[in-house]
Design a protein around this ligand. Sequence first.
Ligand code: GLA
Length: 663
Amino acid sequence: MPRGPVRMWIFVPLSLVLAGLAAIAAADEVVRLSSLDLTKMTAGWGQPRADESVQGRPLLIAGRRFAHGVGTHADSVLCVILGGGTRRLTAWVGVDDEVGTSPASIEFQVAADGETLYRSGVMKAGAAAERIDIDLAGKQTLLLVVRSAGDGVDYDHANWAEAELIVSGQRPVAVDRPPVPEEPRVLWTPPAGPEPRINGPRLFGVRPGHPFLYRIPCTGTRPLTFAVDNLPAGLDIDPTTGIIRGRAPREPGSYVVTLRAKNTTGSAAKDFSIVVGETLALTPPMGWNSWYIHYARVTQEHMRAAARTMIESGMADYGYMYVNIDDCWMKKEGDLPYRDAQGAVLPNAKFPDIRGMVDEIHAQGLRAGTYISPGPWTCAGYVGSHQHEAADARKFAEWGFDFLKYDWCSYEQVATGEGRMRLMRPYQQMGDILKSLDRDIVLNLCQYGMGNVWEWGAEVGGHCWRTTGDLGLERDQLLPGFYSIGLSNARHWQHARPGQWNDPDYILIGWVGSAFNQSEGTPTSLTTNEQYSYMSLWCLMAAPLIFSGDMAKLDPFTLNVLCNAEVIAVDQDALGQQARPVRQDDQTLVLVKPLEDGSRAVGLFNLADRQRTIEATWQELGVEGPCQVRDLWRQTDLGISAEKLEAQVPRHGVQLVKVREER
Ligand code: GLA
């Protein structure tokens, strides 16, 4: 018998036996993780399962099958009271094979008594399971965490395979996560003064000779009187409403006008460029969308009421202007006919007069948006544009729409071609059709980031493109969903510029729909600090600012988050750069956005569960000190600092400032 293999055979089991003896003493009890109360474990999707994957299959990582363990889904947390009785944790961790080649990416973490003892690093589908063996001697509490690794939680099926606690004393007990501390709804945004203040971007794009509509966003006690100096021929201003309408000049170029507003307490003036050319959406679109509050219940009346509220609540005075229907305004399968004699899509009974609805929205100086899919059906199962694209687009223009969200949905069934071309084709087609119309329609690509849409969205005629799957309502996540979506979107900063924006989905605060098609919404579960972080992150990322909560239940706190002129000015800055992440780890995100006036907007985000001091040196932020610092939310100067920015940032909170070199 050859000697080598025999020696190996003897050596391997012997060493394992010895190691095992060292790890498990005679009095030890092995407690399987799967025997604990898994109702205490949270998951970002589905339910954690004992001895099965989250979808109920055998636990399988990179082809290796595990006899027992826990299958869960990021973000997932389990808190366990150990009481000093557990000596070790052993397990194999990895992504379950049931996700196939989908882009799962997760990180496993183990913490005890507040200290992180293990991190797997990013693990992807197909990667071999990693063995963990962690000393827990004397520890009181254990936290088992699976985080999405920065690209949203889609496909993040995670296994704690053959996970065992080696117990020598008190038995481990799974418990609920401690509740989120209450935070008072403090209003950071100072109330607008009585004197006029003209908000909104410094410029607006329109194609030559096309219809133009712009309501001057202006706060201050009404009545206000408006005027515009040097308004090109073909445009008129209504002095009482501040609405400019008419047709843009045929000659391309930048028409610089001065917007003026006055009331009994004072006056304001602002230079504004009407940029006649081929580029629309020179700054990110701002408005409201029906999806996350009304879902399939949406009616024409919701849209009309939303437009009225956009004016009455003051949102329009800060630049919100698009009133956008999402899915579910067309016919559902079986509700024939789907189309009119010209082949254009017909609305369902809840939208009896789309033209009248759009006219009413326009009469208030606002713009209207619509939605459809290039596929045969929309995501919610309503009629799509497939093979009727031109007729539908012409109908949208005839109705007067100014914005189209074009949502991939069922297009997969009819897609042709390979690779990127397959993804580009429907958007290129609609982009070309829209360019041929006598109307400016902003094109919002919605295909969840497939094929790195940020690299080609503009080429096919898109003005903004969703970079991820749906943000969705808050699930049981370690950090609220806007962080993972935001962190993913933040990576594409180099692709944003005037007319081309990364879209991380809507702003879901205030009252949001509790679930698809249920009749009631609920107030957001986001804390005060999380809501300020959300808005700050979107503004730094030059994201479209589209609120999708209930317009009928706007409260002062929600309005104070949505309507801070200095914060919105960061989003709407004419330079059109998206903030660059200069530091990002589990606990901290630092974003820097260069602004047109040479200053920079900086966000210090604290992702940790407790208040922390966050610092950033001027060098790190790419500026030369000393610098003047202004708190944008509170609209107060913080003074001059020689070396760095430093702030105490609360749990999941933000410090959003503007930094200007002192020269
Ligand atoms: C998709 C989109 C959502 C919404 C729904 C409507 O999920 O990503 O934003 O439009 O479809 O069905």
